[in-house]
Design a protein around this ligand. Structure first.
Ligand code: FCB
Length: 469
């Protein structure tokens, strides 16, 4: 029951700028789509915003102390585009770049590998006003921003990640509208998919040129779909959502082409004329490692047009769907246990996903760049947070990574989402994913039991049998 991970396997934790930094108007930072969205009435739970968040902008040194104290080999964070280029294009904000420069140096001093994401959803508002991701120009502006950041931080950053979960940016931002900028325009969502792919490729070239010693990656939230029955219709439902969620990114980024079935399935939504000659090849910037975020699975069926729909896709109660062109695919509720997000707990899905990638893209190293769980944590009178369910979740998923490696998958590391409790997008501060608790009144950090558990794993590379199973 004990698992020993290979020497060199990287244990890390992840965060994102808007979720932890706060200091939303300090030192020249401009507004992002998430500032606008969270300040719009009714968009986030309790009207929460990232104005203060976990105040990491001021407490970064203390937070890096926790990263080091946990014995982690790597820290994955994101860079706020509107902090570096407040208007999206135009002048660079030196103070913004300096913040990340200090952060990177702070990591290196502590012997922790910096893994930097260039875009974790905080598009400068001015670029959204000019059309946002459905507009080609945004991809070109992203490459310019990448050049500024990579030019400044270069290969002090070990791994450069262009995007975090472009699926969310495109389909939740422009399809269902449950993420910023909150638009509900199906054709725009698909145009956003393309311009995110293009921007990835353009920035990939910049990274190769300016930081040749650094690794290039992208992080995708690949979905694991299960059909509700063995019927041909349900198998086809899986094929269609797989094209939208997974192959719409894997196709151009890894194979240099969109899958034909995706273009055919969405032909009534768009003719894809925004794809220009050479774009797909550009998107296929050779990756050193593919980042995989995993939380749960999805159960789908073809809707017969008559029976009641479940629409249990867990992406909010919006009448608009992220599943552009696959509106007749129904998402079914899944048996528990569930996390506080209502997501089902299914570690086998992670093994399955890693093995699929290994099979379809042999030779491509993989990294689990996010995995974790929100639970309703309770602070005991003694101050301890006994988050046994989170420990159990993490334990079982780390074990699932080990199982994929046993079966041949080349997985190089694992990052817990998240280092700290933080602003969980539309759910505000209501959902806590941290292994370290943040008291939002005092900004005090407290290690939960899961942090102690993770430290033991990260410092030994040994997954011990779970305490309570
Ligand atoms: C992922 C996001 C991350 C966090 C987790 C729970 O989709 O990348 O920022 O919100 O989900």
């Amino acid at each position: 029951m004990r698992r020993v991970f290979p020497e060199g396997f990287v244990w890390g934790s992840a965060t994102a700028a808007y979720q932890i930094e706060g200091a939303a108007t300090e030192d020249g930072r401009g507004p992002s789509i998430w500032d606008t969205y969270s300040h719009t009435s009714g968009r986030t739970l309790n009207g929460d915003t990232g104005d203060v968040a976990a105040d990491h902008y001021h407490r970064w040194a203390e937070d890096l102390g926790h990263v080091a104290g946990l014995g982690l080999g790597a820290y994955r964070f994101s860079i706020s585009w509107p902090r570096v280029r407040p208007g999206g294009c135009g002048p660079v904000n030196r103070a913004g770049l300096d913040f990340y420069s200090r952060l990177v140096d702070g990591l290196l001093e502590r012997g922790v590998r910096p893994v930097a994401t260039l875009y974790h959803w905080d598009l400068p508002q001015e670029l959204e006003d000019a059309g946002g991701w459905p507009t080609r120009d945004t991809a070109l502006r992203f490459a310019e921003y990448a050049a500024e950041v990579v030019g400044a931080l270069g290969d002090r950053v070990h791994t450069w990640t262009t995007f975090n979960e472009p699926w969310c940016s495109a389909y939740l931002g422009y399809g269902s509208g449950v993420h910023a900028p909150g638009r509900t325009e199906p054709a725009a969502a698909l145009a956003a998919v393309h311009h995110l792919n293009l921007a990835h490729g353009l920035a990939g070239r910049v990274i190769r040129e300016l930081a040749p010693a650094a690794e290039l990656s992208v992080t995708l939230n690949l979905h694991v779909f299960r059909p509700a029955s063995g019927s041909a219709a349900d198998a086809d439902a899986v094929r269609r959502v797989d094209a939208l969620a997974n192959r719409a990114f894997l196709g151009p980024m890894l194979d240099g082409a969109y899958p034909a079935d995706l273009l055919a399935d969405t032909a009534t939504v768009t003719d894809w004329s925004f794809v220009r000659d050479g774009d797909e090849r550009t998107a296929a910037a050779p990756l050193d490692v593919l980042g995989v975020n995993y939380y749960s699975t999805a159960l789908v069926r073809a809707w017969d047009g008559v029976s009641a729909r479940s629409d249990a896709d867990g992406h909010g109660s919006s009448a608009h769907t992220p599943w552009v062109g696959a509106e007749d695919v129904d998402f079914l509720p899944q048996p528990g246990p569930h996390t506080a997000m209502g997501w089902n707990i299914e570690p086998a899905g992670l093994t399955e996903l890693l093995l699929r990638l290994h099979r379809e893209h042999p030779g491509l190293p993989l990294m689990v760049t996010e995995n974790g769980a929100a639970f309703d944590d309770v602070v005991s009178p003694d101050g301890r947070v006994r988050d046994g369910r989170r420990v159990d979740y993490l334990h079982r998923h780390v074990d699932a990574v080990g199982a994929a490696m046993d079966a041949g998958a080349d997985v190089r590391g694992y990052f817990v989402w998240s280092l700290l409790d933080n602003f969980e997008w539309g759910y505000g501060y209501d959902r806590r994913f941290g292994i370290i608790r943040v008291d939002y009144d005092t900004q005090q950090r407290t290690w939960k039991d899961s942090a102690h558990w993770y430290r033991a794993l990260a410092t030994t590379g040994r997954l011990e049998p779970p305490p309570s199973r």
